[in-house]
Design a protein around this ligand. Sequence first.
Ligand SMILES: [Zn+2]
Length: 195
Amino acid sequence: MPGNIRLIIGPMFSQKTTCLTGYIHRYRSIGRTVLVVNHASDVRYGRDALCTHDGTSVPCRMRRDLRGLRGEPEYTDVSTIFIEEGQFFDDLAAFCRDAAGVDGKEVIVAALVATFDRRMFPSVAELIPYADHIEHRTALCCVCRDGTPAPFTKRIAAIEGCLVGGSESYAAVCGPHHNAPHRAINGAVGHLNDP
Ligand SMILES: [Zn+2]
């Protein structure tokens, strides 16, 4: 099978890691050996393992960059490479391009679609022209709470019912709630149209 690149993008809380581990389990179920790489800055659940919120754990390599990986035996022996937190790897696009285009690997990348203030991550933007498949996931808006899709990450003060992560507080929200002022988001939903 020729190499190809699958990019899974979405905001925080859009189950990107669960999606990635789902692919990993599917490939393992047919006997494929895989290499899983996570960025060394992701220490949410301890090192050397990729964990989902449902507690599933997959061993992985923690790296600060992808340069040099192509020369390692662990890389040579596998046909599929999984990359978590793709937005943090400066050399993401160059690595994926060569892994798929030169080495014939299948590369599956999970990455944040944008920053909380809707700026592109350069490494993700550079990868898009090389991606064979792009899977855009959404969460559900934690302010609407009626199933409205949430394609965006917003930095907020913690509000009841919203998942928060990291040293700052973040939530997945719909477009109108991303544009709404913080005080409206943190207040009653009925006051969101206030100036
Ligand atoms: Zn909303």
